[in-house]
Write a protein that binds this ligand. Sequence first.
Ligand SMILES: *[C@@H]1O[C@H](CO)[C@@H](O)[C@H](O)[C@H]1NC(C)=O
Ligand SMILES: *[C@@H]1O[C@H](CO)[C@@H](O)[C@H](O)[C@H]1NC(C)=O
Ligand SMILES: *[C@@H]1O[C@H](CO)[C@@H](O)[C@H](O)[C@H]1NC(C)=O
Ligand SMILES: *[C@@H]1O[C@H](CO)[C@@H](O)[C@H](O)[C@H]1NC(C)=O
Ligand SMILES: *[C@@H]1O[C@H](CO)[C@@H](O)[C@H](O)[C@H]1NC(C)=O
Ligand SMILES: *[C@@H]1O[C@H](CO)[C@@H](O)[C@H](O)[C@H]1NC(C)=O
Ligand SMILES: *[C@@H]1O[C@H](CO)[C@@H](O)[C@H](O)[C@H]1NC(C)=O
Ligand SMILES: *[C@@H]1O[C@H](CO)[C@@H](O)[C@H](O)[C@H]1NC(C)=O
Ligand SMILES: *[C@@H]1O[C@H](CO)[C@@H](O)[C@H](O)[C@H]1NC(C)=O
Ligand SMILES: *[C@@H]1O[C@H](CO)[C@@H](O)[C@H](O)[C@H]1NC(C)=O
Ligand SMILES: *[C@@H]1O[C@H](CO)[C@@H](O)[C@H](O)[C@H]1NC(C)=O
Length: 725
Amino acid sequence: MLCEGIGGEKEAEAAGKMAAVEEEEEMGSSCSWRMRGVAVVLLRGLLLCALVAGSGWCNSVERKIYIPLNRTASCVRLMNATHQIGCQSSMNGDTGVIHVVEKPEDVQWVLTDGPHPPYIVLLDGELFTRDLMDQLKESSRISGVAVAIAKPSPVKGFSPASKCPNDGFGVYSSDYGPQYAHCNNMEWNPLGNGLFYEDFSFPIFLLQDENETEVIKQCYQTYNLPRNGSVPQYPLCAMQLFSHMHAVTSTVTCMRRTSLQSTFSINPEVICDPLSDYNVWSTLKPVNVSTKLNSTEKVVMVATRIDSHSMFWNVAPGAESAVASFVTHLAAAEAIHKAPNVQSLPKNIMFTFFQGESFDYIGSSRMAYDMQKNKFPIRLENIEYFLELSQLAPTNPSVFWMHTDPLSQRNLSDQINTMLVALKNSTAGTGVEVREISSSQALPPSSFQRFLRLKEIPGVVLADHNTSFQNKYYQSIYDTSENILLNYPEWLSPEEALDHVTETAKSLAEVATVVARALYQLAGGSGSTTAIQADPKTVTRMLYGFLVRTNNSWFQSIIKADLKGILENEPPPYYIAVSKPVNATYLVHYVLANLTGTVANLTKENCLSSDGDLYEYAWVQGPQDPNSTSSRLPFCVRSAVHLSSAISPAFELREWGSTQYSTWTESRWKELHARIFLVASKQLEIITLIVGIVILIISFIATYFINAKADVLFATPQDSGAVAY
Ligand SMILES: *[C@@H]1O[C@H](CO)[C@@H](O)[C@H](O)[C@H]1NC(C)=O
Ligand SMILES: *[C@@H]1O[C@H](CO)[C@@H](O)[C@H](O)[C@H]1NC(C)=O
Ligand SMILES: *[C@@H]1O[C@H](CO)[C@@H](O)[C@H](O)[C@H]1NC(C)=O
Ligand SMILES: *[C@@H]1O[C@H](CO)[C@@H](O)[C@H](O)[C@H]1NC(C)=O
Ligand SMILES: *[C@@H]1O[C@H](CO)[C@@H](O)[C@H](O)[C@H]1NC(C)=O
Ligand SMILES: *[C@@H]1O[C@H](CO)[C@@H](O)[C@H](O)[C@H]1NC(C)=O
Ligand SMILES: *[C@@H]1O[C@H](CO)[C@@H](O)[C@H](O)[C@H]1NC(C)=O
Ligand SMILES: *[C@@H]1O[C@H](CO)[C@@H](O)[C@H](O)[C@H]1NC(C)=O
Ligand SMILES: *[C@@H]1O[C@H](CO)[C@@H](O)[C@H](O)[C@H]1NC(C)=O
Ligand SMILES: *[C@@H]1O[C@H](CO)[C@@H](O)[C@H](O)[C@H]1NC(C)=O
Ligand SMILES: *[C@@H]1O[C@H](CO)[C@@H](O)[C@H](O)[C@H]1NC(C)=O
């Protein structure tokens, strides 16, 4: 048993990196020979390790045997007031024999037939369904799951979110429209399988790189595939997943513990952090952020979210669920700022980008709370209209839907009608059509609901869906640029692609035009709106920057020099993190500043010291100097863009069990990584152990004898004792 299966594996080539096997192959054919070989190798290794301890040689042994997986993402643990969700491994990682599941039947092997549990299942993306995961969850023979991303995206759709997103945190409740609460009236995300909200006791990793998946499958085929009806023999290809989580149970438990620690310990050990980031906002006419707006001043508020999530930490492409709509919003903001005489409009316009909305409305609940408590320059009383841009993917024909709250129709029908009319009037000559929703349909999940909870404000939510979501990949790894049909001809260089106006960009620019014109009218503008036009070129640059590659010449020129490290040859994740603005927030901030700000003729020193109540000043990198490839032409940008905290009021109020406000926290962890290697049979492991112990004993004896005979061995002939010192 022991020796068979090790030798003669010519396929070892496929997994050629597996040096452990190669070394054993050199050692001849007979079993005893090989046993001696193993012992020799071990001895050699131990001696060398001892001799060159610390010099790194021992590490290189590890590198030869383990193949790290470099492009993975892990499911982590999050907690709310009452539950924990997500995944974790044991402290030292979970190991299992790999089994590839490409058809639903393949799962039988890991659940019942396979002789070598526990297994780590390599699941094809198409099979990553609620049904299959429930089966795996039940089994005690599973120690982890690795999901290979499906390319192309599953045609059936895939959404790990729930069918009723942010249920319980919107406006509908037993007090307000009970008939609409819990999506009674409309299941917004029918494809949602809720996997994100499950609590798994084993780790789940995403394999993002097909080539790495191929390496694992090769290893599986070489070692683990049942051959000629017989069970596979050791050594077997195994995987180890590390994602141990420090926090357990719920936010209440974890925050109480953290807060106790910080009271009694100088060095508190934090085990979870509230999900938090920053909202980005700005106004058409600058407002003094040190005071409060006069209650007679009226503001038209526009809002979108900038975050999304998926089941995996820091993977959140969010193309349709966030990017398309905030890009439209940014383009509308630019169009209004460029229109003539807007500074003299009777009402102000506020552009708002919320963070953390996917987690029970973190950003909007905080801003609404701050407004209500007079902690924000603008108060709830100042808001005259609220227009939200929900999911906005290009549709064909270009029809968008205006959702309203059926209950506030009663008291606010005039103002809501004004909004609907303004939007409809603005479509003239654009190719976009906007339609009303049945008056008995509730609002879709939206930030606006958080404001409506506090005050009756007339509002409209503009979206690409009439009833349930059009988005088949809501809050999933597949909500990528392809989901909004963003395509570039292959031959374009990155810089050409940046300025290549795509169909998607044209379509979203038209929506932005409609939004900008409607805002102009709602702000009291009486002139003709035909001059207000969103620029498809800006939209296309934004789509490229936010969904394809942030490291492009435009983004490089509009951010501060100390942020240039955030630019990469891929889009940023739109996952809200813990504290600190995430890269996506910075990017939205600086794009908004570029589109709505002005270039100030200031020196660097003056620019850096000019931040004030009305304006924010940023010394940006500027474009490449045409006369020199290495230097840039920096300049100063003045804008009315501000950041405001997006941490749930539950944490400010220390109400960790709140049912009013989001309570999501993220556990801390030490490491998230995955690797594959060959495992030997239990017998071989035991023999290795015995050999190790024998060597240990021999070395003790040797040391003893060397010690005992030290005077003989090391003494110099004329040893005189003290001289040596
Ligand atoms: C916490 O999340 C779980 C899982 O989604 C959910 O069932 C529960 O209602 C949530 N608790 C609160 C207080 O929102
Ligand atoms: C996978 O390998 C092929 C061939 O070596 C290469 O062309 C391709 O770019 C690789 N894919 C990824 C995602 O690295
Ligand atoms: C990950 O990177 C390491 C070092 O670059 C490499 O040896 C290893 O083969 C990579 N893993 C895979 C699965 O390609
Ligand atoms: C499987 O069976 C075929 C034909 O019976 C034989 O040629 C082959 O060597 C067998 N493979 C193994 C791994 O035993
Ligand atoms: C903003 O308001 C503060 C407090 O009232 C005041 O001191 C400051 O001068 C104002 N700034 C501007 C630019 O008006
Ligand atoms: C409409 O206004 C009345 C009186 O101001 C108020 O009592 C009622 O609650 C409002 N209706 C709704 C749906 O809020
Ligand atoms: C921001 O970008 C940098 C550079 O790409 C990266 O190292 C960092 O992890 C990113 N931050 C977040 C929160 O994703
Ligand atoms: C971004 O692009 C510039 C050239 O435009 C290049 O020098 C730089 O290395 C790139 N950064 C990254 C992270 O790829
Ligand atoms: C915005 O970016 C463009 C292109 O880089 C640049 O020409 C323009 O001056 C910038 N405007 C502001 C206000 O930063
Ligand atoms: C910028 O300011 C400098 C010094 O105040 C002045 O000489 C220059 O003409 C200004 N440039 C522009 C374009 O206004
Ligand atoms: C580039 O060089 C030309 C000719 O030397 C000069 O006129 C121009 O001002 C330079 N441009 C910049 C940005 O320095």
